[in-house]
Write a protein that binds this ligand. Sequence first.
Ligand code: IPD
Ligand code: CA
Ligand code: CA
Ligand code: CA
Length: 246
Amino acid sequence: MQAVMKADRQRVLVAMGSHLTVAEKTSRRDLVTNVDHSNEDYLVERIRELDPQAKVLAEEGRGDHVTSMRGHVWIVDPIDGTMNFVHQRNHFAIMVGYYVDGAPTLGYIYDVVADRLFAGGPVVGVTLNGQPLAAPADLTLSEGLFGASGPLLIANKFQMQRVIAASLGARILGSAGVQIAQVLAGELVGYLSYLRPWDFAAGRVLAETLGLVVTQVDGTPVNMLSSGAVLVATKRAHRAVLALAK
Ligand code: IPD
Ligand code: CA
Ligand code: CA
Ligand code: CA
């Protein structure tokens, strides 16, 4: 799958340089492009070749109607950060997560423009561009930057302003994948956003493999078939955020 991701990066960069067809899904802030669609086609086809029996849950609807995590389940976000893709041509990711009977098994987050591919899982460990990635230091909230979501911060949902005030500062990037990758790399101590399964499926595998904690903001387990306010953080930052985000 790493080779598929590498080849996919080239395809997406070429497509990004051509004319983009942009449409609104549910609002002017919820976009989809021809590249989201073509890239989802590409990834779902590759997964079907690799693992014909598997179910595929994919954001733009090319996959299956998945109602259970039993068996092999691949979860695909063809372009995470479509708004950035359209308006910045930067700060977006390709993401694929793989679960076996509900167990996080493999994850891939590719920050396309930065050319950072985070890959792996509990059996093989995590690599960054093929090099083993060490677990980030277990810093607490007051010792690091915190990855926020704009809407949660504006609405002060889950006491986001209090959480940010306790950290070294907020960073808002508009791609769950790129921000979770920053937590993996130790560049943020945590990230909290309202997310759908494909936004955090890959990140959960990679984060848990590195000893980071992934739960809903109330501390309950995440569900890979539903949306929720998802917190990805170091163990110590996770405890600190749960205590504040009441
Ligand atoms: C979105 C991005 C964004 C997050 C949204 C997601 P998309 O994904 O990850 O950062 O705040 O909740 O929907 O739609 O661009 O794949
Ligand atoms: Ca979307
Ligand atoms: Ca996404
Ligand atoms: Ca997407």
